[in-house]
Design a binder for this molecule. Structure first.
Ligand code: B12
Length: 212
């Protein structure tokens, strides 16, 4: 059975891996994410023969002045301060890519990451938007509500290459089998409806991932 995920087919998928803008309190100092996740993933993607670029929205593209990103600050309705590239500049950067991968390991930056996901999906829904990292994994529902197409639940060096290969080969994504035990029967004495088990071995998403 084909699902929405299978509609993402690109002849030679190009990946843009992103860290979001940052938000911080007036008394705090902004610290770019700069975690190892995206360089590791970019290495795996490149080794498999696909184009990939990393963009940290909080510090901008190489050769771009920091005044347009890290020192470009704006007070948010929450009172926190946002620093990073403008949405217009981010959209320009996304234009050349088919797959947008966003890392989220820090809960304090959730709003910034969700904004980035919404921006990507609003600008071009035909792009495949993937998220990963411990925060994306833990806040799946909020990420799906923002429009993300797929969340990778673990280390992703292999999965990201499998995703590239699926998109390029125009093949349906593999699915975890929907096991009959995914619906636990209600206890005899209980009138409650059976509870759905949401373990990822019993979902219908590609193995190691979660989809809406
Ligand atoms: C090393 C580390 C640090 C280092 C380096 C941080 C950095 N910016 O890189 C230092 C010591 C500086 C640090 C500082 C802090 N850290 Co720290 N840190 C870690 C630690 C131990 C490992 C992170 C790491 O490098 N992993 C290795 C990389 C390769 O793995 P990864 O990021 O998980 O990425 C893989 C997958 O998640 C996935 N993935 C990730 N992103 C994406 C994106 C896509 C598209 C896909 C497909 C897959 C994917 O694929 C990746 C490759 O396999 C984690 C705990 C943990 N075990 O994850 C805490 C952790 C991330 N840190 C944490 C915290 C709180 C902080 C600080 C805020 C502490 C403080 N109060 O100052 C600061 C923030 C500094 C900053 N802004 O960078 C928390 C975050 C909790 C949260 N939910 O917000 C964590 C989870 C620890 C914890 N359990 O409390 N940290």
């Amino acid at each position: 059975m084909k699902t929405k995920l299978d509609e993402f087919q690109f002849k030679n998928p190009r990946f843009l891996l992103m860290y979001s803008a940052l938000q911080f309190g007036p008394e705090e100092m902004a610290k770019p994410d700069g975690s190892l996740s995206l360089p590791y993933l970019a290495g795996a993607i490149r080794e498999a023969g696909y184009d990939v670029k990393i963009l940290d929205v909080s510090v901008g593209d190489k050769d771009e002045p920091l005044e347009d990103s890290f020192f470009n600050t704006k007070v948010l309705p929450s009172g926190l301060i946002r620093c990073g590239m403008t949405p217009e500049k981010i959209v320009e950067q996304m234009a050349d890519f088919d797959v947008i991968g966003i890392s989220s390991i820090f809960t304090t930056q959730t709003t910034m990451v969700l904004d980035l996901i919404r921006l990507a999906k609003r600008t071009d829904p035909s792009k495949l938007v993937i998220a990963g990292g411990v925060n994306a994994r833990n806040m799946r529902d909020r990420f799906f509500k923002a429009g993300v197409d797929l969340i990778v639940l673990s280390e992703a060096e292999r999965i990201i290459v499998q995703i590239a290969e699926r998109c390029a080969a125009s093949e349906a994504f593999p699915r975890c089998p929907a096991s009959p035990s995914s619906t636990r029967p209600a206890r005899k004495s209980s009138t409650a409806a059976p509870r759905r088990s949401r373990t990822w071995t019993s979902c219908r998403c590609p193995p190691g991932t979660c989809c809406p």
